[in-house]
Design a protein around this ligand. Structure first.
Ligand code: ZN
Length: 105
């Protein structure tokens, strides 16, 4: 996960697959399997069985997609980028946009 530098609540651009070109916010990370959940991306329909309290039916939910299918969207230049990491004097590591040089926290 760290090598791809994507964090929860980041805006990402999908660069491959059915939702190529869409952007969304990272909802959840699954670092063990190199996947992440992005809002409104890779929607799948799940069939729910009826229970005593709820009727059955279809629900649409996001399915995780692979990290390699997304790029971080730079908040300044609004482009999908693979940021580089820089360490500040404070010791904090930040991501830096390779296109416009903006620091992305
Ligand atoms: Zn930028």
């Amino acid at each position: 996960m760290s090598k791809l530098k994507i964090r929860k609540k980041d805006k990402v651009l999908v660069i491959a697959g059915r939702d190529k070109g869409k952007t969304g916010e990272v909802i959840k990370l699954f670092p063990d399997v190199s996947r992440l959940l992005v809002s409104k991306v890779n929607i799948v329909t799940k069939h729910k069985k009826a229970t005593q309290s709820e009727p059955g039916g279809l629900s649409k939910i996001e399915a995780p997609i692979h990290y390699s299918n997304v790029l971080l969207v730079c908040p300044k230049c609004d482009k999908g980028v693979r940021p580089k990491l820089e360490t500040l004097q404070t010791g904090e590591t930040v991501r830096v946009c390779r296109k416009c040089g903006e620091t992305i926290l």
